[in-house]
Design a protein. Structure first.
Length: 160
């Protein structure tokens, strides 16, 4: 694997976890929204990584840096989108299958945890935890977002 592809995979699946200790109090409408989500997030099964969106991160960069990064990451992102699968097992096990630059499928084994109110998802690979907010979950599609550098969103479609 080339260094750039390994770097992109690292960015996508193995950032460090940070607690949000300074969160403001939850409003009544937010509590209703959260309670409606409880027990509705069932990730069990195989999900295709359909889209990786770094636009929020790119917006924080100079034009020159943004153009260079977009160009450098374009091929790696295209290789991953539609060809990378996250399989969530009922016992909090996670299998990540992704293509190598040679076209072979590789696997990485980890685990996952949903927050108590099902609004966050934590992906754990090799003792590294990546925290995401569940921005959207309905039926066969869900979207994860993170403000950890680089800001990004990941869109998944149910594969089976």
């Amino acid at each position: 694997m080339s260094f750039s592809f390994v770097g992109l995979m690292f960015i996508t699946v193995s950032c460090s976890y940070k607690e949000n200790s300074g969160e403001s109090k939850t409003t009544a409408s937010e509590k209703v929204d959260k309670s409606e989500r409880q027990n509705t997030v069932d990730l069990t099964g195989k999900w295709e990584l359909n889209d990786i969106d770094f636009s929020a991160y790119y917006a924080t960069l100079s034009t020159e840096t943004r153009n260079r990064l977009e160009h450098d990451m374009e091929q790696s992102i295209l290789l991953m989108e539609g060809h990378t699968f996250y399989e969530f097992k009922g016992t909090n096990r996670l299998i990540l299958a992704f293509p190598s630059e040679k076209g072979d499928m590789e696997k990485s084994f980890g685990s996952f945890k949903l927050s108590d109110n099902n609004d966050s998802l934590y992906l754990i690979f090799e003792n590294e935890i990546e925290a995401y907010r569940i921005a959207f979950f309905k039926g066969n599609k869900f979207v994860l977002t993170t403000k950890e550098t680089p800001d990004r969103s990941l869109t998944f479609l149910k594969s089976n």
